[in-house]
Ligand binder design. Structure first.
Ligand code: UD1
Ligand code: CA
Length: 475
């Protein structure tokens, strides 16, 4: 039976106190509703109807832009305005669904449901039953309760506000997720009334209608409350973020990655560039506390990442050591670190930084759109932008490439085995010939020939006729 999905996403999310719709708030750098749409893709849904209301234009635009879903399923939108309850929401979506399908109802603000739980729910429906995803909670206040007959069969769902005190004692709650044949849901949803405590059209009233129609209702009860937890406030968002990160951390540790502390590890989508979080680790990778990985990052065999590094869109080859507090962001162009390199502490690698084997980059060194060949070193307080740096070059402390004339960027070429002294300014375009030395403090505006010492600075003088000024004596 084809699977169609309704995602409820009309709610305002008042408690987020945000200008943006709740379902666009990010978990692991990814809007909440995208997490839900990921499930739809994994379940190979035929069609997804997203119910929008608050911030509908923003939500639709974000989803439509999201290329990773295009072609995976047919995405439609249904506007629910005003919002008269979950049953009313489903009423808006049903005209876009065919009767031959099974419909799975999800919420756009419930990001952590596992695909296997949803598959089990779909199987429990079997294309003929109404299947409810339920969970037992120590504190079920606020939720719809699963009311069962003496024999255990589900009779109906009662919303918290309509429940008697005996019903409020029931700890099995409805998660907001159900699977049901579309043709049956269509029939029941057409009969909903709003004569209840909230004067809303409750989707949950369909359960008693199913029972009245002799359609079996099954509850698939899971024991992991996080899977059905919704986001209503910044605190809940943070809680689910940690849960999600812990899941990712454990998945990496399963693969053998050594995380100093799985509770202090983050892997996120690159929200700016829309790239998905992906951390590929070879054997014996070690990651210290507090690191944040963004977008696609590859760590080769034996790579060590020190504490509090931020690494985005980068490939780091085997045996490299990234020391604490290093910031690497390849953005679109990427960053590549060669085998056995040593980067950090406090280094910054920007887009197009390509380091060869055994390169050393030290503290407060910034590298952008530059290639450093094998064995090159820039150890302290330096800037290399738009530069080609040869093998074994030693780039002195405090030296910079002046690569920007205010309008255009120019290249600096430093051939192999050049020694650039401390505090030099290389005014691009400029080439430093192989094996040469540039004396400390030089401003290099012309190409330097190979194999010689180049100096570009004022000559040092010491003046003997000079007298140190003396303060007049006060009396
Ligand atoms: C609903 C269930 C309740 C269940 C709970 C689980 C009903 C009547 N009750 O509660 O049994 O325990 O979910 O969280 O279904 N929404 C719309 N349009 C509306 C109303 C809601 O799109 O008119 C969306 C919300 O944005 C949200 C979802 O539906 O994504 C659930 O709504 P919410 O108000 O959080 O749930 P309740 O109705 O309180
Ligand atoms: Ca409500």
């Amino acid at each position: 039976m084809p699977l169609d999905i309704i995602v409820m996403a009309a709610g305002k999310g008042t408690r987020m106190k945000s200008r943006h719709p709740k379902v666009l708030q990010r978990l692991a750098g990814r809007p909440l509703v995208f997490h839900v749409l990921d499930r739809a893709a994994q379940l190979e849904a035929r069609r997804v109807v997203l119910i929008t209301g608050h911030g509908a234009t923003e939500v639709e635009a974000a989803c439509a832009r999201q290329v990773s879903f295009s072609g995976q399923f047919d995405l439609k939108f249904a506007l629910q305005q005003p919002q008269l309850g979950t049953g009313h929401a489903v009423q808006q979506a049903l005209p876009q669904l065919d009767d031959d399908g099974l419909v799975l109802v999800l919420s756009g603000d419930v990001p952590l449901t596992r695909v296997d739980a949803l598959q089990a729910l779909v199987a429990a429906s079997g294309g003929e039953r109404l299947a409810l995803l339920t969970v037992r909670l120590p504190d079920p206040a606020g939720y719809g309760r699963i009311v069962r007959a003496a024999g255990g069969q589900v009779r109906r769902i009662v919303e918290h506000k309509d429940a008697s005190s005996a019903e409020r004692a029931i700890d099995e709650i409805y998660s907001g997720i159900m699977a049901v044949p579309t043709r049956l849901l269509r029939r029941w949803v057409g009969q909903l009334r709003n004569d209840n405590a909230q004067q809303e059209y409750y989707l949950t009233d369909a359960v008693a209608m199913a029972v009245a129609d002799g359609v079996p209702v099954v509850a698939h009860c899971i024991d992991d409350a996080l899977q059905v937890a919704g986001v209503n406030s910044p605190a809940q968002l943070a809680e689910l973020e940690r849960a999600w990160q812990l899941r990712q951390a454990h998945a990496l540790m399963e693969q053998g990655v050594r995380l100093a502390d799985p509770a202090r590890f983050d892997l996120r989508d690159d929200a700016v560039r829309g790239t998905r979080a992906e951390l590929l680790c070879a054997q014996d990778v070690e990651i210290d506390l507090g690191c944040i990985f963004t977008g696609r990052v590859e760590l080769g065999e034996g790579v060590q990442v020190g504490a509090y590094c931020c690494i985005a869109n980068a490939v780091i080859a085997a045996g490299s050591v990234i020391q604490p507090f290093t910031h690497i962001d390849g953005e679109k162009a990427g960053v590549r670190v060669g085998e056995g390199a040593r980067v950090g502490p406090f280094s910054r690698l920007r887009p197009g930084a390509v380091l060869g084997r055994g390169v050393h980059v030290g503290n407060f060194v910034e590298i952008k759109n530059s290639q450093l060949a094998d064995g090159a070193k820039a150890n302290h307080l330096a800037y290399l932008g738009d530069a080609t740096v040869g093998e074994r070059v030693n780039y002195g402390a405090g030296s910079i490439t002046a690569n920007y004339d205010g309008v255009n960027k120019h290249r600096t070429v430093i051939e192999h085995d050049v020694h650039v002294g401390s505090n030099c300014v290389l005014v691009a375009p400029v080439t430093l010939g192989a094996d040469g030395v540039v004396g400390a403090g030089s401003v290099v505006t012309h190409d330097a020939p190979p194999g010689v010492l180049t100096l570009g600075r004022g000559r040092q003088v010491s003046k003997t006729e000079w007298h140190k000024p003396v303060k007049p004596l006060k009396n």
